[in-house]
Design a protein around this ligand. Structure first.
Ligand code: F6R
Length: 616
């Protein structure tokens, strides 16, 4: 995780470093810092917490200079303290370094440096790297730019793990170095300025072209020209510059107090967008030009693996049932974080879909690369279509949900599930699914935005119900079949924004252990639409009620049986069974949101989290 911005050019660096850093805050917001070369030496400012606090500190005491680096941190090594905030310095205090990633052998490197008389002010792996580079530089016969590149190459040659780094040295003045392995880093070129950044969007307003550094590249920038070297030795042919497209506009929160609330309410529109131009009435099917596959090629697939993390993994679980039901192809869902450490059987007829809102999740990128290595066709399902996953996969599906700023994923979850439903429809129609059933699916999909809009009208009612349970210290979420994935997602939303422990289970698992947790203080939230397993869910609800557990049920409009059995009910419009998960997640998003607001939690930026998880 962590976000890096570097700037070198004709104008003062500070405004670019701070504004760009604000746009990278989704990568972490534990602390932030900046270092700028003032023509003689490097000055730094750091602060705990958000970039806005660093900006306040800089307003009071600005830094002057046209060459600098900045960083917003998500803590990996060392607590959230000012000492551990980046940039970090070498022993001379003349080299400043920012780092995104994890150095796995930092302990051995630190011990070596301690043995050679170095002392450290932080617990970070980054400071170790700064000292290692600084030591090599100081040993060079001449302290010039070539020597700094050589020192970086030497130190990175010893580093194990992942890094995206930016650094400058007071002795080499107007000169920035960037290097990457496993963590994204981009070099951008604008009007009289060069930039480093963890992503394109953060600098898109100021640059015309960018190059995406490859693993093992070291870029050296002097404000006008640049060179790319390899950690392994020699110069590299710089990657071809790519024109930058305008970033998605960052609209405000409008009438909503939080981005999360706004994004929940955007779902009718985002669902329309993900389906736009992709439903083919004549063929009773779906069309995805981005898959870049003919029907003959798609028919070759005999197995599908969906991989992702967190909320995205839950969308994959919901999609598994949909694709299997519609296309009769076996689907497996794999946590991307586990993928490369398991020996997942893969072959050229098993399509791997790397699913990621951000397209930058380190574990999902690793799963994608592992799948490629094993010869599987790799596809991406991303919201950010200029991301690493979108670039590295052979084809894919863009979610078109617009920027999601709230750290808790909401609108992108429902777009992912609908994208998978359409994929199931397409794969089904080129196999056994008849046209009339395809048309039923299309009609169901097209009805969704309006049904979601109707569900969102329950917002205030859900807020009132949530208020009744804010003293709960534990929540259980239960659902069957595809609604089990929604139970997991409801529990995750509750945990991440309200910090209340919550867990999701298949309803029938209750009696195999979970029932031990049922008591008067522990609310159970049941997903109990009037589907094929409705009666089974009613029995499970009875079992909880028999033990005095409060029950909140999400059911179908007009269901009086459910209403009479449960303490509270949230009744949703009738929807075809296979699309119920898309509707059912909405009240759970709202329930978690209103609980977190009532508890005074920072909904859009929950503690310890980041929007994009770019470390393993
Ligand atoms: C939870 C949440 C995370 C992400 C996960 C994967 O609300 O947002 O669990 O879903 O970190 O992120 P992406 O989809 O960007 O790969």
């Amino acid at each position: 995780m962590c976000g890096i911005i570097g700037c070198i050019g004709e104008a003062a660096a500070q405004p670019f470093l701070i504004e760009g850093l604000g746009r990278l805050e989704y990568r972490g917001y534990d602390s932030a810092g900046v270092a700028i070369w003032n023509g003689k030496e490097i000055e730094t400012r750091k602060s705990i917490g958000r970039v806005s606090r660093l900006a306040e500190a800089l307003n009071e005491s600005p830094l002057d200079g046209d060459t600098g680096i900045s960083h917003t941190r998500w803590a990996t090594h060392g607590a959230v303290t000012e000492e551990n905030a980046h940039p970090h310095f070498d022993a001379s205090g003349r080299l400043a370094l920012v780092h995104n990633g994890v150095l796995e052998n930092h302990k051995a490197l630190r011990d070596g440096l301690l043995g050679r008389g170095h002392t450290f002010v932080s617990q970070t792996d980054t400071e170790v790297l700064a000292h290692l580079i600084g030591e090599a530089f100081d040993c060079a016969p001449v302290q010039d730019r070539d020597a700094l590149v050589a020192a970086v190459r030497y130190a990175l040659g010893q580093a194990m793990g992942t890094y995206g780094i930016g650094l400058l040295h007071a002795d080499t003045g107007r000169f920035l170095i960037a290097a990457r392995k496993g963590s994204p880093l981009i070099v951008g070129f604008g009007d009289g300025r060069q930039f480093l950044s963890s992503d394109v969007d953060a600098i898109a307003d100021w640059v015309d072209e960018v190059i995406y550094l490859e693993d093992g590249d070291i870029a050296a920038l002097d404000g006008d020209t640049y060179e790319v070297h390899r950690v392994s030795g020699g110069e590299a042919t710089p990657p071809a510059p790519v024109k930058v497209e305008a970033p998605p506009t960052r609209e405000g929160r409008g009438r909503y107090a939080h981005y999360m609330h706004k994004e929940i309410h955007e779902q009718p529109e985002t669902l329309r967008e993900v389906m736009k131009g992709r439903l083919d009435h004549e063929g009773g099917t779906a069309v995805f030009s981005g898959l870049q596959r003919t029907n003959e090629e798609l028919r070759e697939w005999h197995r599908i693996v969906l991989t992702g993390c967190g909320t995205t993994y839950h969308a994959a679980l919901a999609g598994e049932s949909l694709i299997e039901a519609l296309a009769r192809i076996p689907v497996e869902c794999e946590y991307a974080s586990e993928f490369r450490y398991r020996n997942v059987p893969l072959d050229s007829r098993t399509a791997v879909f790397a699913m990621s809102q951000s397209g930058e999740t380190a574990d999902t990128i690793a799963a994608l690369r592992e799948s490629k290595r094993k010869g599987a066709p790799t596809l991406g399902i991303c919201n950010n279509v200029i991301s690493t996953i979108a670039r590295e996969s052979e084809g894919g599906v863009g979610l078109r949900a617009g920027l999601e700023i709230g750290v808790a994923a909401t609108k992108t979850f429902t777009s992912q599930v609908v994208a998978l439903a359409m994929l199931g429809l397409l794969l089904g129609r080129i196999r056994d699914l008849p046209h009339c059933e395809g048309m039923d699916i299309i009609r169901g999909l097209e009805s969704l935005p309006e049904l979601v809009a109707q569900t969102l009208e329950l917002d205030e009612e859900i807020s009132r119900i949530a208020a009744k349970y804010i003293s709960a210290r534990n929540f259980l979420f239960m659902g069957r079949q595809a609604n089990f994935s929604i139970a997991l997602e409801g529990a995750l939303k509750m945990k991440e924004i309200s910090y209340i422990p919550a867990s999701g289970y298949p309803s029938a698992e209750l009696k195999h252990g979970v029932i031990a947790l049922v008591n008067e203080e522990t609310p159970s939230i049941f997903l109990a639409p009037q589907d094929g397993v409705y009666e089974k869910n009613l029995s499970n609800i009875e079992e909880v009620k028999a033990r005095k557990g409060p029950v909140i049920a999400v059911g179908t409009e007009g269901d009086e049986t459910l209403a009479s059995l449960c303490d509270d009910v949230i009744l949703l419009p009738q929807v075809p069974d296979f699309l119920a998960p898309v509707l059912n997640v909405i009240p759970l998003q709202l329930f978690a949101y209103h609980t977190a607001v009532a508890l005074g939690c920072d909904v859009d930026k929950p503690k310890n989290l980041a929007k994009s998880v770019t470390v393993e």
